[in-house]
Design a protein around this ligand. Structure first.
Ligand code: SF4
Ligand code: SF4
Length: 340
């Protein structure tokens, strides 16, 4: 029996997804974390928008200076969602994009700072520790005074994850654009000088170096005397610019692996280890705030979990190609920071 859910017309998980294979094996699923008093949220992700000053070759959200598909989230519209996450005991709030430090006004030179984002940051920090994922290139530097003030008020509750694709400048620039390595390295040094411990992020499949030790040492050598952490993403996401790049280079994306309820034991991974168990992700699409299971899946109505956090805390079927390709394959990747 091939059991596929009909589209309801309104969209929403698991509309349009097949929940069993022809041989009857059932689609794997993950239920939300629960505590003694009901559902619990550990990580809240906020995708600030798909606008970015860069257009990296492998960007899975296809972000660029022209991409507005994921819209900018204003503080006033985010605030009630941060409050709701606080009531459910959120332990970490992560802002990503696109580049969170830009909005249209900043990119087009009408404003120096993304004030809406700064307001959201200040509010979020009062609720839980915050991580910002940034390219660390240019626009974050307009916000250094604001970041210094936030650090003075909130200390280590505010962390910055900065992508440095490789300790080798040519490799970083080949993906992100000429000159970006030097700009990002400068920013990391400035932030470390301000007392932050920047978390340097890279994708392991794109690194020439293999062992954790070699990788850590190569990054540390770049920032001698400064405190930095290194965080690796274990699997690449085949979407956005990365998907275009694969096709244009004559390659074929990996086929979808049907994740069944047996996969967890076969692969030695527990449902509780996956982000859809303990996180939710806010995205603004066509003027509305919507909830998704994780930041790996975006702008796909069949994974839309609803308009509120409460509504979103329900079963997630692992029916996206990236469920296996990103989260379950090999060592498995996570969007959580894990220092190597
Ligand atoms: S990978 Fe990051 S920095 Fe590069 S285009 Fe995408 S969002 Fe921007
Ligand atoms: S991509 Fe990963 S975290 Fe997201 S729904 Fe699939 S398994 Fe869960």
């Amino acid at each position: 029996m091939l059991y596929c859910v009909e589209m309801s017309g309104h969209g929403g998980h698991p509309d349009g997804l097949c929940l069993a294979k022809p041989n009857g094996e059932e689609r794997g699923f993950v239920d939300p974390k629960r505590g003694a008093n009901g559902p619990v949220l550990e990580d809240l992700w906020v995708m600030q928008g798909s606008l970015c000053d860069l257009k990296c070759k492998h960007c899975y959200t296809a972000s660029s200076p022209q991409n507005h598909r994921l819209e900018q989230i204003r503080f006033a519209e985010l605030r009630p969602h941060l409050d709701e996450a606080g009531r459910l005991g959120v332990q970490r709030i992560c802002f990503t994009g696109g580049e969170p430090f830009v909005n249209r006004d900043v990119l087009e030179g009408r404003a120096a700072c993304n004030e809406e984002f700064l307001a959201s940051l200040e509010y979020a920090l009062a609720i839980a520790p915050v991580e910002i994922l940034t390219n660390g290139r240019r626009y974050i530097r307009n916000h250094l005074d604001a970041l210094r003030a936030l650090r003075a008020r909130h200390g280590g509750r505010l962390r910055l994850r900065i992508t440095l694709e490789s300790p080798c400048p040519e490799r970083h620039d080949a993906l992100r654009g000429k000159g970006t390595f030097a700009q990002t390295v400068d920013t990391v040094r400035v932030l470390a000088g301000m007392g932050f411990v920047p978390v340097l992020t890279a994708e392991r499949p794109l690194l020439a170096l293999q062992s954790d030790e070699e990788i850590r040492e190569a990054y540390r050598a770049l920032f001698e005397g400064l405190a930095v952490e290194v965080n690796l993403i274990e699997n690449l996401l085949e979407s956005g610019h990365e998907l275009t790049r694969i096709r244009q280079s004559g390659g074929a994306p990996h086929p979808e692996v049907f994740v069944t309820t047996n996969c967890f034991s076969i692969l030695g991974k527990s449902p509780e280890s996956l982000m859809c168990h303990f996180s939710r992700c806010i995205q603004k699409i066509e003027g509305e705030i919507r909830y998704y299971p994780c930041p790996v899946i975006y702008d796909d109505r069949s994974f839309d979990l609803g308009a509120t956090l409460a509504e979103s805390l329900r079963r997630v079927y692992l029916a996206h190609k990236n469920c296996y390709a990103y989260c379950l394959k090999g060592r498995g990747a996570t969007c959580r920071t894990q220092a190597i």
